[in-house]
Design a binder for this molecule. Structure first.
Ligand code: PSU
Ligand code: MN
Length: 304
């Protein structure tokens, strides 16, 4: 794959320094404009502050960019023509020389091809509620099953069916590791009723688990679950009420397929009076920080 590295990311990778991949769908479709530009920059600044080089990934005019310049970040956030590109969209976007933001699935795929070992996001996509009927299951899950990269997330969005999402992750063979938590975090809230099999309590242990995954020659990602900070978490019954309303609005509006996640996030933002936005940003920054710490620790442990 032809990749366009930013100078900073190229240098960091050549010098064996810690790099953290960041996705771009969260910027282009996860937050309203122009606040999303601030979020995109803040995520990069967080990775830098924690001692790693951020590599935001996006397709710009048909080219696969690993690390964006200032004006590319601005286009990603503010241009309306940045589509949402998951795995099935990539070849069309590249072949037709279009621009698009990458999801967890496509970002993980590109980041791994670029030689990046840690990727921080907000929440992964998963099995949608009612998937028994719609079969709406994010390509994120299949990619986590075939791309060996550490993905730091706040779990999966509560708009999904979290129990079924965990089942598919297990089928795909993806280790799901709680970072200081015993249940699958539900994005806006710190936990859920779904127990996790594995828990670690510090970054050194987390890095050991991630290294072991690779030493074993496993092809899957390691999904790291980093719950939203206490101070930014929302109350689960309140969130559940908004989600039910948003899902009813999606059904009434005939929203389907790849439009579903951005639509629901947007409705939740309105229904919560903007509170989901603050929480979403806080958890994404929290994940970026842990991603940087993990990337640094992996390099330190390998040198020891
Ligand atoms: N989490 C967020 N905001 C987002 C997404 C996740 O807080 O915008 C995006 C991610 O890019 C994820 C995608 O990969 O939604 C999943 O979409 P789908 O269900 O269509 O695969
Ligand atoms: Mn879908």
């Amino acid at each position: 794959m032809r990749l366009r590295f930013s100078p900073a990311v190229r240098t960091a990778l050549e010098d064996g320094l810690p790099v953290v991949a960041l996705e771009s769908t969260i910027v282009a479709h996860g937050f309203p404009r122009p606040y999303n530009l601030e979020v995109g920059r803040a995520l990069e600044a967080t990775v830098e502050r924690e001692g790693a080089t951020p590599a935001t990934i996006a397709i710009v005019d048909g080219e696969v960019h690993v690390g964006l310049g200032d004006d590319e970040m601005e286009r990603l956030a503010l241009d309306e023509d940045f589509a949402k590109a998951s795995i099935p969209d990539l070849s069309v976007v590249v072949g037709m020389r279009q621009s698009a933001a990458t999801t967890v699935a496509s970002t993980a795929y590109i980041a791994h091809a670029a030689g990046i070992r840690v990727f921080a996001t907000g929440g992964i996509g998963g099995v949608h509620r009612g998937a028994g009927r719609t079969l709406d299951i994010s390509a994120d899950l299949a990619v986590l099953g075939r791309v060996p990269i550490a993905v730091v997330s706040a779990g999966a969005k509560a708009i999904l069916d979290l129990g079924l999402t965990l089942e598919v992750l297990e089928t795909q063979g993806v280790p799901v590791v709680g970072f200081g938590c015993d249940t699958f975090p539900a994005f806006y809230t710190r936990g859920s009723e779904h127990a996790l099999v594995a828990r670690v309590d510090d970054v050194d242990d987390l890095a050991r688990v991630v290294s072991a995954q690779w030493e074993l020659g496993q092809q899957q990602a390691v999904l790291v679950c980093n719950p939203v900070p206490e101070a930014d978490a929302l109350a689960s019954d309140e969130v559940e009420g908004w989600i039910r309303t948003a899902l009813a609005e999606a059904a009434a509006g005939g929203i389907r397929g790849k439009a579903m996640t951005p639509f629901l996030l947007h409705q939740l933002y309105g229904l919560s009076g903007g509170r989901t936005l603050k929480t979403n940003r806080a958890l994404a920054e929290h994940n970026a920080a842990l991603g940087a710490a993990l990337a640094r620790t992996l390099i330190r442990q390998a040198a020891a």
